[in-house]
Design a protein around this ligand. Sequence first.
Ligand code: NAD
Length: 394
Amino acid sequence: MVVIMCTATVPQKTKNVVIAVVKEQAPGEQRVATVPEVVEKFTKSGYEVRIEHNAGAGAFYPDDLYIAAGAKIAPGRSELLDGATIVLCVQPPTIADVEMLEENTIVVGFMNVANNLSTIARMRDRKVTVFALELVPRITRAQSMDILSSQATAGGYAAAILAAGNCPKFLPMLTTAAGTIRPATVLILGAGVAGLMAIATAKRLGAMVEAYDVRPAAGVQVRSLGAKFLELEINAEGQGGYARELTPQEKMKEQDMVSAAVARADIVITTASVPGRKAPVLIARETVATMRPGAVIIDLAAESGGNCELTQRDETVKEHGVTIMGPQNLPARVPFHASQMYAKNLQSFLSLLVDEAGVVTSEFTDEILASSLLVNAGEVHHKATLDLISGGKL
Ligand code: NAD
């Protein structure tokens, strides 16, 4: 990721800080950007908090709880956004929303940059300030603001539960009067944040868990959760703790080992990804044919092309008696806690943006703010996004 260090400024707000929280519009999006517990902290700090009517309903936070925490409920979008200082969202705003934002309004949330270039260009033209929280650097100081980690935790959990719900077998070992049941074998491919949570959840359900990752460092974490780590003797640790792409020879070696593990698994959960690239294909069509009937694959990398050759984004495919699911937005399936974690991430981020006196910072020189600043004062500040926008002549 190339980051332009930014010393850009926005005028200091002289009015009270007004935090506006939208009701998410994207299909299937059940999460909300803040929860009553966090609202209480904001209102105690003297901020005005506006929540769009029913914004928390999908995550089971009714309007009443926000009111009790000191928020005002806005009946619609225009009342919500009118005069807002900071707008909090889970998904990026729509173009229609952007038209309602005043100059210098600050938008904070997940911006899914590559899929929202027109909206980002419009926010640039309207001189809105935008922080994309997926760009927050993964440094120790920023851990409490790391939406990628909090939402991957929710996604990994939801993947294991989805897999168990679609598996025709029990996961735990059972010794009963009707005989002994062997535990199911669960294989996790990619042991990053989501993978580790999937491992922990499958272990708690009593399965025998194996896991594989190209980063040997992941082995320590996998073993600490009581799972078996499959070793390949490849070190593919790249920059910033992420994986690098494997060489063709390494890919063949990996394929053989992974295929054997896939064939013996009842459930496979795949989470492997390399930032900025198509997801690596770890399960070929032919490998699926070697799996047991009733086996389940949950492919968390469906959005970036899938780790299984047969995965269809947001679809369930059945081949050779194997169920292959490519669900999108798994964190939205546990919206209560995913929203709670997201809200805490945003609260932490806002503590950098607004000082104790309630003044929005006049400069974005802090490393975390500078790295996540996407748009400000009519300019795009993230090099990769700028290249995409210029390439698309937006
Ligand atoms: P991610 O979503 O980018 O990828 C998921 C996993 O897939 C990674 O563990 C990656 O190594 C693995 N992978 C990639 N190609 C693979 C392949 N061909 N076969 C098998 N596995 C493959 O990763 P993430 O969950 O966002 O985490 C990435 C790293 O960042 C991890 O090391 C994590 O511990 C670290 N991290 C650090 C912080 C921090 O604050 N310091 C916070 C969160 C995550």
